[in-house]
Design a protein. Structure first.
Length: 210
């Protein structure tokens, strides 16, 4: 559950992914915001991710949840792009092994797809698009993007993070996101890089003190 700060501006973290909620909450904790969660609004209509890009999907979610709640809404769409798979799973990262698949099942499929791929050509990148919608300008959410390049391992390593984190080694490191400390990931991840720009925007628009 995101932290509640009384009398602070409210911001809805518009995702049902508990891992993303934790990560975004941690990245936003330096700002004096009253963070809200979708779990506080059980009757909201779920938004279908029908966009062709991360930015389109993030925009759909931010715009809809902002309209439904009347709150500023920050929505994330992100995923893994693997060179050897032509950029897959991409925007289908969360559905790569089926709509009801677990993180472990998605990781298993990715490793199966790359089973015949040499370690030297397993380049990949995590990509994040954040859309920030405000009630006054629903039709034009602000978009913030971040990329973290790296490679895919031969097997899952580590228990930190979520999703494909235990398979991804960021450039400059030998450990996966599943092994690296949260403090390191919060500095170099695709989501952290996208959110850095979003935080600057929020400070300016809401008159927040750092």
């Amino acid at each position: 559950m995101p932290a509640i700060i009384s009398d602070a501006p409210a911001l809805l973290i518009a995702t049902n992914n508990s891992g993303k909620v934790r990560e975004l909450t941690g990245l936003l904790q330096s700002l004096p915001l009253r963070l809200r969660s979708l779990s506080e609004f059980p009757h909201l209509a779920e938004v279908a991710e029908t966009g062709a890009t991360f930015a389109e999907n993030a925009t759909l979610k931010a715009r809809s949840y902002c309209a439904q709640t009347g709150l500023w809404a920050l929505a994330d769409d992100s995923g893994l792009e693997v060179d050897a798979l032509g950029g897959a799973p991409g925007v289908f990262s969360a559905r790569y092994a089926g709509a009801e698949a677990t993180d472990e099942m998605r990781r298993a499929r990715l490793l199966t797809e790359l089973a015949q791929t040499d370690d030297s050509v397993r380049r990949a990148r995590f990509v994040c698009a954040l859309a920030l919608a405000r009630p006054e300008t629903l039709t034009a959410p602000e978009i913030f993007s971040g990329v973290c390049a790296g490679r895919i391992t031969l097997r899952a390593r580590g228990r930190h993070g979520f999703g494909y984190d235990p398979l991804f080694v960021p450039d400059g490191y030998e450990q996966t996101f599943g092994e690296l400390a949260d403090e390191i990931k919060q500095n170099i991840s695709h989501r952290a890089r996208a959110l850095a720009a979003a935080k600057d925007y929020l400070r300016n628009q809401l008159g927040l003190q750092a």
